[in-house]
Design a protein around this ligand. Structure first.
Ligand code: FAD
Length: 378
């Protein structure tokens, strides 16, 4: 067992655990807006935004996706325009976005979907005949043209890198936080384990646990989140779209269907399917390390099954070329399993004053997180 020694130069105002979009954005916010001077961001990977913030569907949600969760739909309508305004260079807008409604097994009809979009104030209009012709009419009830964009996570990562540097946030890459404990005089002590070098203890006033699927994997006095989390190993296939589907994003709602979205970080499309994208799931608990579980997972692609089923609704997909798969652990709140809502998780831990666990759920929820941060702490 190693002996952990706190040293004077590592006494910090805040330690951010996790250099995904949330950890980076929170560190920048604390430095720029709240004037914190000594901030350390600890990231187990060798780069920023390398995990869920990269391996996702890249959709800047604009409400359409959530007919079963009015609150999430409504918050998306508020946050999406702000995200587009604040990260214009990272948002791809130059594609045509279609939502189609399946005739069978859909939890929503075309009429209900249109009404819902009007209720949340989201633009919707019937797609023109050339776009409708892409779909198999016996399986698709209606097709709508909507306004929804995609983000480029590599551009968000460049923004984060630049800003963190300018703000003077110290970044420890290739370093894992293993424990969070109460220290003397109201401080917190964060045990870190670098890939190379000796273990250390960082002492600080605040800890922001922004580790997404890793939220509950700390020892010490960390009590775990009170909110139940569900972990899912997911696969999204990366496809070279055929000419007929280039410049399009397509989602078929709402049930065991699929999405084909531009993935700007690679200039490809992701193909995801409600039935085949989730490979494996479990209820989160301390000791079952999701990163380890994914590392050990065999990763046998299900792209063939995805393409076969999607091809029934959208025949042109049969001409798409499979390039690669993105496997990642997706973390959702157990309570939203049935309505598919994506509220934020923001928990303070009374057992560890100054320590907060945060999960954004989707990228534009950053505004809800920063509002909560202000309300709870500042
Ligand atoms: C398959 C899939 C599809 C998705 N689709 C969308 C979508 O279309 N639109 C949308 O808005 N959102 C989507 N999401 C959700 C979105 O990806 C997440 O909400 C967002 O990326 C979470 O950011 P984060 O910073 O919390 O997590 P992450 O980016 O995962 O960052 C957490 C970081 O913490 C690090 N870490 C973990 N444990 C430790 C430790 N002990 N010590 C040090 N570092 C640690 C990890 O390495 C990681 O870099 C999707 C997610 C998945 C998985």
């Amino acid at each position: 067992m190693s002996c952990l020694m706190p040293t004077a130069d590592i006494n910090q105002e805040a330690v951010i655990i996790g250099g995904g979009f949330y950890g980076a954005a929170i560190a920048i916010y604390l430095a720029r807006q709240r004037g914190l001077k000594r901030i350390v961001l600890v990231e187990r990977e060798p780069a920023l935004l390398a995990r869920a913030s990269y391996n996702n569907q890249a959709r800047v949600h604009n409400g359409y996706h959530y007919p079963r969760s009015f609150t999430t739909a409504y918050r998306s309508r508020v946050n999406s325009p702000r995200f587009v305004r604040d990260w214009p260079d990272a948002v791809k807008q130059d594609f045509t976005k279609l939502y189609a409604i399946a005739r069978r097994n859909s939890k929503v009809t075309a009429k209900q979907f249109e009404r819902f979009c009007r209720e949340i104030g989201a633009r919707i209009q019937p797609a023109d005949p050339a776009l409708r012709a892409l779909f198999e009419p016996r399986l698709i009830e209606d097709v709508f043209l909507v306004e929804e964009y995609a983000f480029d996570s590599t551009k968000l990562a460049s923004w984060a890198e630049r800003e963190l540097k300018e703000c003077g946030v110290q970044i420890r890459f290739g370093t894992r936080v293993t424990a969070i404990s109460n220290g003397p005089n109201g401080t917190l002590q964060v045990a870190v384990q670098p890939d190379r070098g000796a273990d250390e203890l960082i002492s600080c006033r605040y800890v922001f646990n922004c580790t997404y699927s890793g939220l509950n994997q700390f020892k010490g006095d960390f009590p775990g989140t009170r909110t139940g989390l569900k972990q899912e190993i997911t696969e999204m296939a990366l496809m070279q779209a055929p000419p007929a589907l280039q410049g399009l994003g397509i989602t078929v709602m709402d049930g065991p269907f699929f999405s084909m979205m531009p993935f700007p970080a690679r200039g490809l499309h992701t193909l995801s399917h409600v039935r085949y994208t989730p490979h494996l799931h479990w209820n989160d608990q301390q000791g079952i390390d999701p990163y380890q579980k994914l590392k050990q997972y065999e990763r046998a692609s299900r792209v063939d099954r995805m393409v076969r089923d999607v091809g029934r609704y959208l025949p042109a997909v049969l001409e798409a070329k499979y390039v690669d798969s993105l496997f990642e652990v997706k973390t959702v709140l157990v309570k939203n399993e049935s309505d598919d809502g994506r509220p934020i998780l923001f928990e303070k831990h009374p057992e560890l004053p100054g320590c907060y666990s945060i999960l954004g759920g989707k990228i534009d929820n950053i505004y809800d997180v920063l509002e909560k941060l202000d309300a709870e702490i500042f």
